[in-house]
Design a protein around this ligand. Structure first.
Ligand SMILES: C[S@@+](CC[C@H](N)C(=O)[O-])C[C@H]1O[C@@H](n2cnc3c(N)ncnc32)[C@H](O)[C@@H]1O
Length: 303
């Protein structure tokens, strides 16, 4: 089931016990879900194409205990996972970022282990399997630097070597590396989920302007940027296709301007159940200002 942030509780309830980071085509996730029907499994994956493929697979194979988040694993960990609830996290063949100057893109860094410790249950584990010896060693050093995990490096259990990437690397004879990071202590820094914002909107007076052209506009705000990409007209209003990046959250949302009984409504559209965030608020505020520039007045602001 695909998680829609605007309609989800933070954290999810009941809490998932297992998180898989970067599930790719979802074949391992589906097998895990079959082996453990008692687990609620949360999968986080940044690739839209992989999410679509995996959802199709879960539907086809009748998998009902997997929840899918399309986006960054750190966002899922922070907002969707309850404190001390995970018994297991799987990271199978993470992107290795092999060049030294790209190491900061690796997921399994000290800061990640610190955050992870707040979401793992007592004795909860992260299982890493990779073909990249450098990353395997790097992750162990980062976990050790956090001081929060015990690390074992047994050979990878055979069922972990059934993912798409495992099969691909088996074919060319690569070696595999495995590590189990067991929580020993917890980072004391609080890491609460993002607060919920009400849907940002305004009511404006005046007549809907005719927008013949609209130039792509970047709105910067503390912690990110929103790009109003293009506008589409519908009878009685406009949609503005808007890309918002803030921290580890990326959303494509629709802002709307439409006639309503009380005036012109300007705000975040509910289409796609987006999450109202400070970045979305900043984009709505910009749009209200833009419409003021077209001669409209503000009757009420709610953002
Ligand atoms: C090399 S592939 C491995 C896929 C799968 N686990 C397998 O073994 O076949 C790495 C996957 O992780 C995803 N990914 C990379 N960074 C991620 C992140 N921060 N959060 C969620 N997914 C991520 C990529 O989109 C990609 O699908």
């Amino acid at each position: 089931m695909l998680i829609r942030l605007g309609e989800s509780e933070f954290p999810l309830r009941p809490a998932p016990e297992v998180l898989e980071v970067g599930f790719g085509d979802g074949r391992f996730t589906a097998e895990l879900a079959r082996r453990h029907p008692e687990w609620r499994i949360l999968g986080a994956e940044v690739s839209a194409a992989s999410v679509a493929r995996a959802l199709k697979r879960f539907r086809r194979e009748g998998i009902a205990n997997v929840w899918v988040y399309h986006g960054q694993a750190t966002f899922a960990l922070r907002n969707l996972v309850a404190p001390r609830s995970l018994v297991r996290v799987y990271v199978n063949f993470p992107d290795p970022w092999p060049k030294a100057k790209h190491e900061e893109n690796r997921l399994l860094r000290r800061a990640f282990f610190q955050r992870l410790s707040t979401r793992l249950a007592e004795g909860g584990e992260l299982w890493l399997t990779t073909d990249h010896e450098g990353y395997w060693r790097y992750a162990q050093a980062e976990a050790a630097a956090s001081g929060l995990f015990d690390v074992d490096t047994p050979p990878p259990p055979p069922h972990l070597l059934t993912t798409k990437y495992a099969l691909k690397w088996k074919e060319v004879g690569r070696s595999f590396y495995h590590a189990v990071f067991r929580k020993r202590a917890e980072d004391p820094t609080p890491w609460p989920p993002l607060p919920r914002c009400p849907m940002p909107h305004a009511l404006m007076s005046g007549t809907l302007p005719r927008l013949e052209t609209f130039e792509k506009t970047v709105v910067r705000f503390e912690g990110g940027a929103a790009v109003l990409l293009e506008v589409a007209a519908f009878p009685g209003g406009y949609y503005f296709l808007t890309h918002v990046e803030e921290g580890d959250l990326v959303q494509d949302v629709l802002l709307e301007v439409r006639t309503s009984a009380h005036g012109l409504y300007v705000g975040l559209s509910r289409f796609g159940a987006p999450l109202a965030t400070p970045g979305v608020k900043a984009a709505v505020a910009w749009l209200v200002g833009f419409l003021e520039g077209q001669g409209l007045g503000v009757l009420q602001r709610s953002y």
